[in-house]
Design a protein around this ligand. Structure first.
Ligand code: AMP
Length: 113
């Protein structure tokens, strides 16, 4: 599947389209996936427009690491004990939205991401 022509997550960050935002920091935003593949399905997204995780480097690794910190925080807020963290990296790996995002999924898993 090719990348979507528009980065809808940028539009969510800019409040141009609505989203069910569960947590926001200066560098990260987390909101519920519009087509959930589990009972809880939250996307954790850096505000900096990294297209894929292939852009991780020594000088930006802190931003990428914060995705995991926010995931832990969101899981605690949602009362989750165990959960899955998943990231598609690149078009042939299933990434559709051209902006780095970590999927947090828990309970009643429905389908692969
Ligand atoms: P990926 O295939 O890893 O790029 O995942 C993109 C995810 O974004 C999918 O699970 C979609 O359901 C989700 N998604 C697409 N548009 C929106 C939106 N406007 N708000 C929330 N989630 C979205």
């Amino acid at each position: 599947m090719p990348f979507a022509p528009v980065d809808v997550f940028e539009e969510i960050i800019d409040r141009e389209i609505p989203a069910d935002i569960v947590l926001e920091t200066d560098t990260i935003i987390a909101f519920r996936d519009i087509y959930p593949k589990a009972k809880v399905h939250i996307l954790i997204v850096p505000k900096h427009p990294y297209k894929t995780a292939k852009e991780v480097r020594r000088d930006n690794v802190e931003t990428f690491g914060k995705l995991f910190l926010v995931a832990k925080q969101v899981a605690e807020m949602e009362g989750l004990d165990d959960y899955k963290l998943h990231m598609n990296v690149g078009e042939t790996a299933g990434q559709v939205i051209p902006r780095v995002h970590l999927h947090l999924l828990s309970k009643e898993f429905k389908s692969a991401i």
